[in-house]
Design a protein around this ligand. Structure first.
Ligand code: HEC
Length: 443
């Protein structure tokens, strides 16, 4: 186990080094002619206004100079600390190619800081990029790419209270609408708008096929992860009949609302078409409560201290990993996913080092960067809980913390988008990957 002091010391060292580096570079780019219209608006359009628009989940709109100007100092603060945009991957280790990379580049962060420091000037409105069209918060995000969903399933209405503790709503609803087995291509989880987007903390819609014990996880949601598109040629087998088990976690935010309903949109491969690879979607890998122990038995974090937990899982067949989504609560700070290959080589695949429970981001690997893992690979997850006052999200460092479903208790697992392959499919995938990499090198 890492000694708490080591953890603090290395964190401190990193902070000092980080500050030295960024201070140096900021001086290097210090310019006085940076303007909102020409330099900053394009960055905000690309990285901020999807949430910071009048209908978005961000607390304020950042679409015009008038809206942005009063927030300039706090924008500099949140971006230089990498709190905004929400993206909690450690940029210094593991895979860095993601389909949904929301982070700002170092250059963009420096540019915003330099613009703020030089007076946050407006510049010439003629330099502004064309205005963006923001889709309504009640629209399907995937509709632009995929058209309207083929099938929509709905939870039963729930009355959301204004204030109080976490609430769970687990209705069961018959699954109707398919007349034969189909293969799922994409699914989107859509809380009601605007209330549901604020109060639905996470949710699952799992199909239990008629007469079977198996689970088909149609959609899993957390703030920051609302849809899943499988790569062309990969799909999830969906039987025509069964029941949907909903598991909805509501977190009151001060606004009540009756009859809240969550929708899940499903897009299928054409009838009769079977993709080459069948996926299970996101599978859960526990870091707490393994090996026959009671769930979470091993989470016990003393006041004002740290705890490190490790969970290992041996892959019984080859696999390709599409995405990584750690799940911890308020004391959870870090979770890494490492691969220990059958030859003993160990590699960090991804590490989240700035975990924030308010966000459940699914990090979607770019196609060419998806881990391809042979049979016998050990997936090892390591979680660091920080129950000290150094953790700004810690509600009370003087409490003992144990396993529990509430946000103030702890748990630790990762949702990993994974497709299990047979040996031939794996061999073919490796050949294809090597060919891609050779082409890249030749370029
Ligand atoms: C995925 C949605 C999302 C994106 C993208 C995003 N934000 Fe935010 N932002 C939020 C939410 C939600 C909050 C409030 C809750 C929180 O702080 O997590 C917030 C809070 C903030 C705050 C603090 C406001 C306050 O009064 O405390 C600032 C400043 C900010 N965002 C700036 C930005 C900037 C600049 C970008 C782009 C570089 C950005 N955000 C991208 C959703 C987002």
């Amino acid at each position: 186990m890492t000694h708490p002091l080591n953890f603090t010391r290395s964190g401190l060292l990193q902070a000092i080094v980080g500050c030295l580096c960024s201070c140096l570079t900021i001086t290097a780019v210090a310019q006085t002619d940076l303007t909102y219209s020409r330099d900053v608006a394009p960055i905000l359009q690309e990285k901020c206004v999807t949430c910071h628009n009048p209908e978005g989940i961000g607390p304020m709109s950042l679409m015009t100079y008038e809206q942005v100007r009063p927030f300039a100092p706090i924008i500099k603060d949140r971006t230089t600390k990498r709190i905004m945009p929400p993206w909690h991957i450690d940029p210094t280790t593991g895979i860095q190619q993601f389909k949904n990379d929301a982070s700002l580049s170092d250059a963009q962060i420096e540019l915003i800081a330099a613009w703020v420091d030089s007076g946050a000037l407006r510049g010439d409105p003629a330099d502004l990029p064309p205005p963006l069209e923001i889709p309504s918060g009640s629209a399907w995000q995937l509709a632009a790419e995929m058209g309207p969903p083929d099938l929509v399933i709905r939870s039963t209405p729930y009355d959301v209270i204004a204030n109080g503790q976490d609430q769970w709503w687990d209705p069961q609803v018959p699954f109707i609408g398919l007349d034969k087995e189909r293969f799922l291509r994409a699914a989107e989880f859509k809380p009601s708008y605007p209330l549901g987007k604020r109060v639905v903390h996470h949710g699952h819609a799992v199909l239990i096929p008629e007469g079977e014990k198996r689970e088909v996880a149609l959609a899993r949601y957390g703030v920051g992860k609302s849809y899943e598109i499988f790569p062309e040629g990969t799909g999830m087998r969906v039987p025509p009949n069964g029941r949907i088990e909903w598991n909805l976690h509501y977190f009151p935010v001060g606004t009540p609302g009756d009859d809240d309903v969550v929708e899940v949109g499903l897009w299928f491969y054409p009838e009769g078409q079977q993709p080459e690879l069948e996926t299970v979607g996101e599978a859960m890998f526990r870091v707490d409560g393994l090996n026959g122990m009671m769930r979470g038995q091993d989470i016990l974090i003393p006041p004002n201290s740290y705890q490190v937990l490790t969970g290992t899982h041996v892959l019984q067949s080859p696999a390709v990993i599409h995405s990584y989504r750690p799940h911890i609560h308020m004391r959870g700070k870090v979770m890494s996913m490492e691969a220990i290959y059958p030859d003993g080589r160990k590699e960090v695949l991804s590490q989240v080092d700035k975990y924030n429970h308010n966000w459940q981001i699914s990090y979607l690997y770019a196609e060419e960067a998806k881990p391809l893992l042979p049979t016998g690979t050990v997936l090892q997850f390591t979680t660091v809980f920080d129950n000290t006052a150094n953790n700004p999200l810690n509600p009370d460092p003087n409490q003992w913390v144990v396993f529990g479903r509430r946000g103030v208790d702890e748990m630790s697992h990762a949702w990993v988008g994974i497709t299990y392959l047979n040996e031939e499919q794996f061999a073919a995938a490796v050949v294809e990957r090597n060919a891609q990499q050779n082409t890249l090198r030749l370029d």
